[in-house]
Design a protein around this ligand. Sequence first.
Ligand code: SF4
Length: 460
Amino acid sequence: MNQAQQAIQGADPAAFLPFTSPSTNTLNHMRERMQHTGQWSPKQMAGRRWTVACVSLEITQRCNLDCTLCYLSESAEAVRDFPLEEVFRRIDLIAEHYGPGTDVQVSGGEPTLRKRAELVAIVARLATKGLRPALLTNGIKASRELLIELTQAGLMDVAFHVDTTQQRAGCACEADLNPLRLDYINRARGLPISVFFNTTVHARNFDDVAMLSAFFVAHADVVRFASFQLQAETGRGVLGQRTELIANDSVAQRLKQGARTDLKFNVLQTGHHDCNRSAVMLVVNGQAFDAFEDAAFVQRFMRETANLQIDRGTPWRAVRSLLAAGLANPSLTVAALRWGAGLLWRMKGPLVRGRGRVHKLTLFTHNFMDACHLQTDRVQACVFMAITQNGPLSMCAYNAKRDQYLLKPLTTSKGEWQPLAVDSTVVARFPIKWLKGRSREAALHARQTHLDSNQTAAVP
Ligand code: SF4
């Protein structure tokens, strides 16, 4: 560990607290954080192109799965869904802190367990505020009808979390889950939303990463973004710490193998270098091409169009804003034409065979930290925030001490609201069928020990 990478113990406690008052210039605020942590460079997007990459809005703590790497706390199943009034207040906080156009991930627990009318109202409220709502779901209850209703309410993206940590019946390896992934792809096909997939990488599926990369390339007509999140010891999940095998670069290497092209990762940087890797490709007739091969041009384009608002939801508006930017900057336009011509030449064969259809796919690795080994500089440079009742907080810092926020009573217009349906001491005595993660494992172990000791006592 280098000097900048202090563990939470002994570090400045303020670094691990939510931002309570919005900055008057959020872009500058993010830029200063990048500069302070040594992450500011010509390829840095945070503080240049956007104020934050994403904010997570948890609308329930309940879940209908029990992942072996779940980030929720042991008390999650006992925490009531906080009132809609409080969800709306947090949406206002996000808008105040980061401004319009911010990506907000509606998550949980499993967000589709919230009352359907409330989920739709939350998405509509985000859209009304000018934010970009995304739904992070395990897909079990995300029917096509629900996706249509949410799209009509303003949903922009859906991220399906599917992997072997979820212990879905009959799925021993990642390949067994591909029919389910395909089912989810078909549910979203044709809707005006971008489709993402999230995969947690752990020791037992590390060797499947290349296969998954190839799968997403093969379905790039619908899938826009595939995120690979590295195993971290945080929350109630039972798997614990990762092995050294699992790291941003080793996963990126596997992704490259699966895409069967020499992708350049981190041509553009998203926050702290140790937090993630990303690569962008164009897929033509099933063949992947690195969209960022000309790194110098891509970085220049990002810098010189940093203030440009690109409407990612409507392609023709995106093209219109890019054309307007081109007219205002002729030398950039010439460079862009040269870049485009080079790309077209590389893709010419598949372009002809694929009748000109080109799909963009981003591969991403996300390196969440262990709860007991938070690094101050990464938390300070965090670009993936969770919104708490007090304001936005780095997701890694939030995961490390969720109950400090979740178990606090909230003030509402109807008086004080209590988060627990039962006394917290009762949670530990829940029936096994209600327990998840480590508490469930401990209860099963205790029951087995009890049964074994009874059997031994019964032997004459
Ligand atoms: S959530 Fe953690 S891993 Fe992700 S950007 Fe923030 S500090 Fe980095």
